[in-house]
Design a protein around this ligand. Structure first.
Ligand code: NAP
Length: 447
């Protein structure tokens, strides 16, 4: 599936505002580039894109700004060549894109609060947010296992890797208290409240930091805003235990955090999670109608070459060769190039409602993956999620779903499996809400 041109174009100037986290490298940077390109290609010239992107420090923000401006210039150059000789319109296209870098470290909750305070203070609505930033929490590679997997079972071993060595029980640094404005009591930023419970580092960076940010930014969302999460093909049930939401005991906290992401997004429109979803979005007590809430979407980029695995240049090169080879052997989940991997997140942020919200309403909620053919031609495709299936209906496979390259632990969809997924999803929602309230109170966080 590719993004369609807007069918309801109007002459009224409008700004589409989107926020992307972790934009200084890998997938996040590619998503920003792809948003710019797709926006300029598919939206009418009366519409502008305000692209807000985050990194963890000012140097990374500045470098990202430079790289994104260079990308924008390239895109404009290509557009002007395409439209030559009538390229007068294209000459002014650059003004349709505003790029703005912001700071946040999702593992430091007071910076999450600061970012939200800044944005909510401006009062400008957000059309989409893309929760991309993330860490793997791996401490190394089991090279022997990796070599064996790559040599004997290449496609499978690089889609559902079991050769990364997770850092089991990784916890985040203690949270510091937020910096208070001069009107309130001033608190030393280094002041760490005593008796602070641990937070799983991977869970915090990948899920909980974004979850809190969603809550704080809720005043800026409208019913048509989109909250786009990034998951993974590796978000599989054996890695997640509902008794261990934060993955502190998980044998792979990364995969556990991605399963939490799937559970949250896919069950977010069900009646059983509605009270928690309304709590997260600050809409408690506003009736039972969840149609009026912004929607959550879950995507994954397939397997792409980024620095998340921390392999170093030498092994990184051989891994690149291996994942290209997997694609040439017809794996559906090896886009390799982050720009190709970005298609699913970009699609969920930019596609017109009839291509996404209406489609999900008709055919069921899906996990939207970036799939490629042997020659790298990318498309957006539904991915099977254990328990949920392709669309929340056991045994139903909507057109365009990927049905190859499956996880070997998969079982046929069943009513029991689907019910189990929903029960687990509602429990995850309940515990996430409890955790949010606890941490807001503990750190005095408010926006
Ligand atoms: N690579 C793949 O094959 C693959 C597959 C499935 C899903 N994904 C997902 O894609 C997303 C992006 O990963 P990537 O592969 O592009 O890796 P990456 O190049 O390492 O990018 C990760 C980004 O997240 C940022 N980040 C990490 N921890 C953060 C924190 N505490 N606060 C704010 N930002 C933080 C990083 O910033 P710094 O540069 O400052 O560390 C970086 O910008 C992740 O959610 C990942 O799980 C990747």
């Amino acid at each position: 599936m590719q993004v369609q041109h807007e069918s309801h174009a109007s002459d009224t100037p409008t700004t589409f505002r989107v926020l992307v986290t972790g934009a200084n490298s890998g997938l996040g940077f590619a998503i920003c580039c792809r948003l710019i390109d797709e926006f300029l290609h598919t939206r009418p010239s009366t519409q502008s894109l305000h692209l807000l992107y985050t990194a963890r420090d000012a140097r990374k923000v500045a470098e990202t700004s430079q790289a994104l401006h260079a990308h924008l210039s390239q895109t404009l150059h290509k557009l002007s060549r395409k439209h030559r000789p009538s390229n007068t319109r294209v000459a002014g296209e650059g003004h349709r894109v505003i790029l703005e870098g912001l700071l946040v470290d999702l593992a430091e909750l007071h910076t999450v609060q600061s970012l939200a305070t800044e944005l909510v203070g401006r009062g400008e609505g957000l059309d989409a947010v893309i929760w991309n930033a993330g860490i793997a929490g791996w401490k190394g590679v089991d090279w022997l296992k990796g070599m064996r997997g790559v040599l004997t079972d290449l496609k499978y071993a690089t889609t559902y890797p079991e050769f990364m060595i997770p850092d089991v029980g990784l916890v985040a640094a203690p949270q510091t208290l937020p910096h208070r404005s001069s009107k309130k009591n001033r608190v030393d930023e280094q002041n760490i409240p005593s008796q602070q419970p641990q937070l799983g580092q991977v869970f915090l960076a990948n899920v909980f930091g974004h979850y809190l940010l969603t809550h704080f930014l809720a005043p800026l969302f409208t019913p048509s805003s989109r909250i786009v999460w990034i998951s993974s093909t590796g978000a599989l049930p054996p890695y997640f235990d509902v008794e261990d939401l934060q993955g502190l005991r998980a044998r792979a906290a990364y995969e556990s955090s991605k399963r939490v992401t799937d559970l949250l997004a896919l069950t977010s429109e069900l009646p059983s999670t509605a009270p928690y979803v309304r709590g997260l979005l600050g809409r408690e007590g506003r009736g039972r109608d969840s149609a009026a809430l912004p929607k959550m979407y879950v995507t994954h980029p397939g397997v792409i070459a980024t620095s998340i695995a921390g392999l170093g240049w030498f092994m990184g090169f051989w891994m690149l060769v291996a994942i290209y080879a997997a694609r040439w052997l017809s794996s559906p989940w090896h886009p390799v190039d982050p720009y190709k991997g970005a298609i699913s997140a970009m699609f969920c942020a930019l596609s017109p409602p009839e291509q996404l919200a209406d489609l999900e309403a008709r055919e069921g909620k899906g996990k939207w993956g970036s799939s490629t053919g042997v020659y790298g031609e990318e498309r957006v495709a539904r991915t099977e999620v254990p328990g949920w299936g392709y669309c929340g209906v056991p045994g139903v496979v909507p057109e365009g779903s990927v049905t190859t390259g499956m996880w070997r632990g998969r079982v046929e969809g069943s009513r029991e499996g689907r019910e189990g997924f929903e029960v687990e999803g509602a429990r995850v929602w309940r515990e996430m809400e409890e955790l949010r309230r606890e941490w807001e109170e503990r750190l005095g966080l408010e926006v």
